[in-house]
Ligand binder design. Structure first.
Ligand code: EPU
Length: 353
């Protein structure tokens, strides 16, 4: 266990925002954490002075981090159980999400193909309930192990206890949350288990995948085929963080009532909208931002991606990187203009620290 001082964070967040951590510890096993929590290096007021960092792919850093940064690097992946009903797989929280997807497919355990190429770690996946092309993490989630950063106690949560919602979970809510079980800042996820059911069934409802089926004439794709399509669609639409820093979608897609939607359609007939199972309507935030003319606009070196208005990018690269302040100023200007035109408040998706 080695606490590093004054650590540069630009390579530890996919935006490439420059900042420093006063102190950073790489947590390679739950034992590392237990040892740290018992040592004098552990902040006495514990949880609020600790910041848990995964792949840094859903993060905007607005200044140097004074809290002790715990960089989760717990590895390992294995099949826990195979039954006639499915495969139960487990991985360490520090595993790369995409590598985990590739590994499961290579083993012949399909089910995660729609979630290919999402940046970040396995441990961060439940925090924001990652989702793409018709599948959300909660659809494949079994359980996770975590450590309470106040008491040091290990605990396990099942799907219901994680309180999953659209890009949401208990890990994004403060303990003071009215739902009464927020864990933001108080838990470090160590292992995640996923359940991949048999028989495998493709999830193909998403428009981009239907287009691929029409283009190729393949109407019964394999899991590997869907994986390849998802990778191709993402590469065409979304910037590769290794080339152009970003944190994926910057805002959540807002939901409205059918009445609110009808009102917006009356004024803006082309608004992209999807009916949800609960009767609400989801609007495409990317379309709303695009309609307000934001593509390519910038504040300093933070810019709106030219091909997808929902993604904010670091246009200055590693040499002239944008700051977190520039990203947030741009985000606020976008929120204001969408509110003025559509009366809708866009909610940011990444964690802002
Ligand atoms: N659109 C525009 N202009 C734009 C951007 C989008 O008109 O600049 C329109 C598109 O033409 C499309 C609609 O808006 O009709 C929705 O766009 P898209 O299919 O690209 O999906 P999205 O709603 O922007 C969501 C997720 C993505 C996920 C994709 C695919 C959210 C916030 N984002 O994006 O997730 O990959 O669907 O399932 O839900 C992420 O969370 O970081 C992320 C990338």
């Amino acid at each position: 266990m080695l606490v590093e001082n004054n650590v540069a964070l630009e390579r530890l967040n996919t935006f490439g925002i420059p900042a420093r951590a006063q102190r950073l510890l790489r947590v390679r096993s739950p034992a590392d954490l237990a040892q740290l929590m018992a040592s004098p290096a552990w902040p006495t007021d514990a949880a609020p002075s600790v910041f848990v960092l995964g792949g840094g792919s859903n993060l905007v850093i607005t200044g140097d981090i004074k809290a002790l940064v715990l960089k989760v690097e717990i590895g390992g992946r294995r099949l826990l159980e195979e039954t006639p009903k499915g495969w139960l797989v487990e991985g360490g929280a520090g595993e790369s999400w995409h590598d985990f997807v590739v590994w499961t497919l290579a083993q012949g355990w399909p089910g995660l193909e729609n979630l290919a190429l999402i940046p970040g770690t396995l441990g961060a996946a439940p925090v924001q309930n990652i989702g793409a092309y018709g599948v959300e993490l909660q659809d494949r989630f079994h359980s996770l192990d975590a450590v309470d950063l106040r008491s040091g106690a290990a605990f396990t949560l099942d799907a219901a206890q994680c309180g999953f919602g659209y890009r949401d979970s208990v890990f994004k809510h403060a303990p003071s949350d009215p739902r009464g079980f927020g864990l933001a800042g108080h838990a470090l996820i160590t292992r995640v288990r996923l359940w991949l059911p048999k028989p495998w069934r493709p999830v193909l409802g998403y428009l981009d995948l239907e287009r691929k089926m029409a283009e190729t004439g393949i109407d019964a794709p394999s899991a590997q085929q869907i994986f390849d399509w998802v990778v191709a669609v993402r590469r065409a639409k979304l910037p590769d963080p290794a080339v152009l820093g970003n944190a994926g979608s910057f805002f959540k897609n807002p939901t409205v009532t059918p009445e609110q939607c009808a009102d917006i359609i009356a004024r803006e007939p082309k608004v992209v909208h999807y009916p949800m199972a609960d009767g609400s309507i989801k609007l495409a935030a990317g379309w709303l931002i695009d309609a307000c003319g934001w593509k390519g606009k910038s504040v300093g070196n933070a810019a709106v991606y030219e091909k997808q208005a929902l993604v904010l990018v670091n246009r200055g690269g590693p040499v002239h990187p944008c700051t977190g302040g520039e990203v947030m100023t741009l985000a606020k200007a976008i929120q204001t203009s969408v509110y003025e035109r559509f009366g809708l408040r866009l909610e940011p998706e990444p964690v802002v620290v």
